[in-house]
Design a protein around this ligand. Structure first.
Ligand SMILES: Cc1cc2nc3c(=O)[nH]c(=O)nc-3n(C[C@H](O)[C@H](O)[C@H](O)COP(=O)(O)OP(=O)(O)OC[C@H]3O[C@@H](n4cnc5c(N)ncnc54)[C@H](O)[C@@H]3O)c2cc1C
Length: 400
């Protein structure tokens, strides 16, 4: 396997670095660093999206005719890697990276022409209505109904854990259009404006004290049939296609290396009374162990890249990447928590970050440790839980 980057790739890397140096301000990096939720802050993400869009770099995976830059798979990887290293805010993937590829494949020309430019300009902000109470991993059991009435569907039911629904003006939803067939066969995919009468969004406050997820209720919501994406009752196929993009993150190891560097800085600052924590055997061993695993993961990521460049699918190794990446990230955040010791008391940090109390009194680097730690627990649940990924690996790799 050849995992060296070509001269052109390295020239491209230099171009990306120069762009980041010029356009990614210190304030934006700092704001991104202080954001501890799963997704970036909405305003910051949109601001960065518009800067990238002006350069033609906001949507690396889109076809050129819709505004994509026409990069190779390696260039996309390099771009993601450099953005992660530079501490750039992540763009919100719900529209740009998740819904857009589905619109390319299943959307009518009219749907593409209407939705894609508005997504790119930030005029439309999307959320994802898949999960329901009782239908998460077992998604095909979903119960929200859409019953035909003239040219419309009447939608009733509820969606849960809907990230950024309180910001979104549109939601893409899986609904049951035929209850009389096997579960997967009776589902359709609808694009629903959030300002339609009968939609209510209730906040869910996470244990990190953030309002990032919600429950969305649909009470006799009238949605035109023309808002369906793909054929009626074939929404399961559309939904699965979208999940391929939800699960394919990219540049996981670059982000882990940044987190590991932060851990090293922190462990060099914090003392056990006699010496910095980084000089303690326990801490040094734990950090080295993670570092070796991150390097191993990088090889898997580069092997995936090579497969993708040959037009092959990474298959179950995406599940290996997801589970291992999340596990390492969680281990890093656990060590960060251990390192800050009494500044890891949850409530002090959360109250300070959310501006409810006097300013934070501990070292600056400790302020975000607890909310980061708590939010990173969610990563082994969303986008296909750890156990579900293990089932995929068991079937596809081990043949069990
Ligand atoms: C922070 C966050 C943001 C989210 N954002 C969104 C969003 O924007 N839109 C959206 O639609 N959903 C969203 N979700 C929901 C997410 O997709 C679900 O939480 C996930 O699919 C798991 O479903 P569940 O919570 O119902 O748990 P369950 O499916 O009930 O799982 C409970 C436990 O059982 C295990 N389990 C389930 N099935 C199996 C099996 N077959 N074999 C072995 N173990 C199994 C799971 O791994 C888990 O540990 C979000 C979740 C989180 C935590």
């Amino acid at each position: 396997m050849n995992i060296e980057f070509s001269e052109q790739d390295e020239a491209f890397r230099a171009e990306v670095r120069a762009f980041l140096d010029e356009h990614l301000t210190e304030e934006m990096r700092e704001e991104a660093r202080r954001c501890t939720t799963v997704f970036s802050d909405k305003d910051l993400a949109l601001k960065w999206q518009l800067i990238l869009a002006e350069k033609g770099w906001a949507v690396p995976a889109w076809p050129e005719e819709h505004g994509g830059p026409g990069w190779s798979i390696t260039q996309k990887y390099i771009f993601n890697e450099e953005c992660a290293k530079a501490g750039a805010p992540g763009l919100i993937p719900l529209g740009l990276r998740m819904l857009a590829p589905v619109l390319f494949k299943y959307g009518t020309q009219e749907q593409k022409d209407y939705y894609l430019p508005r997504m790119l300009s930030g005029e439309h902000y999307w959320c994802q209505g898949y999960s329901e109470p009782g239908s998460g991993s077992d998604l095909s059991s979903l119960k929200t109904t859409a019953v035909k009435d003239g040219d419309d569907y009447i939608v009733n039911g509820t969606k849960i854990w809907t990230t950024h629904a309180h910001f979104a003006d549109h939601i893409f939803c899986l609904v049951r259009t035929n209850p009389d067939v096997k579960p997967q066969a009776g589902i359709s995919f609808l694009l629903i404006p959030m300002d339609l009468p009968g939609i209510k969004v209730d906040p869910i406050i996470t244990m990190a004290a953030d309002h990032e997820v919600n429950q969305v209720f649909f009470d006799d919501v009238r949605v035109p049939q023309s808002n369906r994406l793909g054929p009626e009752n074939e929404g399961w196929t559309v939904a699965k296609y979208l999940l391929e993009f939800e699960r394919g993150g990219g540049a996981a190891t670059a982000k882990l290396k940044v987190a590991l560097d932060e851990l090293k800085t922190l462990a060099a600052e914090e003392h056990n009374g006699q010496s910095p924590l980084i000089e303690e055997d326990y801490f040094r061993d734990a950090i080295s162990d993670i570092e070796v695993s991150v390097n191993g993961l990088e090889l898997i990521e580069l092997m995936n890249l090579e497969r993708l460049s040959r037009g092959e699918s990474p298959g179950a190794s995406s599940s290996v990447l997801k589970n291992t990446g999340v596990e390492l990230d969680q281990r890093i955040s656990t060590l960060q928590l251990e390192a800050v010791q009494y500044y890891g008391v949850p409530h002090a940090n959360l109250i300070s970050l959310n501006g409810y109390s006097d300013p934070w009194v501990g070292p600056e680097y400790a302020e975000t440790v607890v909310p980061h730690y708590l939010n990173k627990r969610a990563a082994s649940v969303y986008g296909g839980s750890k156990e579900v990924q293990k089932n995929i690996i068991a079937k596809a790799v081990l043949g069990l």
